[in-house]
Design a protein around this ligand. Sequence first.
Ligand SMILES: [Zn+2]
Length: 265
Amino acid sequence: MRQTLPTPRLLRTTALLLALALLAACAHAPPRNPLATWVPSPNYDIRRPVLIVLHFTDEHSAQEALDTLRTRNSGGPVSAHYLIGSDGHVYQLVPDQLRAWQAGPGRWGTITDLNSASIGIELDNDGHTPFAQAQIDSLLRLLADLTTRLHIPPTQVIGHEDLAPGRKDDPGPYFPWAQLAAAGFGRWPSGPLCDPPPGFDPWMAMAVVGYALDDRAAVVRSFHHHFRGMQGDTLDAQDLRILYNLVQQIEPTANTCAAPSPPAD
Ligand SMILES: [Zn+2]
């Protein structure tokens, strides 16, 4: 069968379409390392966060916080994945899979890039008043969703001040960590508290829980906000009992607890 040769104009159009198709393909191709030979595998999915960080907004309203979290505000652009109003309304600002600018510099355990590793939840609260129950109810529903859907361990819920002691003080001493713990979120002492055995190192325990020890007084302030709902930068006997209890949950050893002490306040 006789074939007709394409005209020069048709050739040009075909070449242009091919080039456009290649460009479109490049635009969607993942970045590849020129140091390596590309041998693609279909066996992957999107990286997942492993931690949830809670904040208070330190603003006067949810609308004011929404403005700050969505603009280039004077202190530099910041965001969060979620904001929960004091009325319990939940706003989402950044997809779960992307990196919201909420945690900033800090460390928790061995995690140093907290923004890459965490979901950030802002709570509309000025830091000086108790959190509204409707807001905490919404937070508990959101935590149940995130930990289930994204496979984040329920114990991996911390405060901004836990990962950045001295630099941050949110969600502060008013935040109801005990209520979260009762619903199964975050670390919290369980069972009777007892005096730790001789030789117990509270700073080693702080590090096991996750705190970075660069500024120990600041670490105790964050720890007191979180586990005692109080101010103060000096460890006391009750702190040691709580730390011993938390470490026993994380790295259980033979429990040498003799006489139980009063429960955590
Ligand atoms: Zn914060």
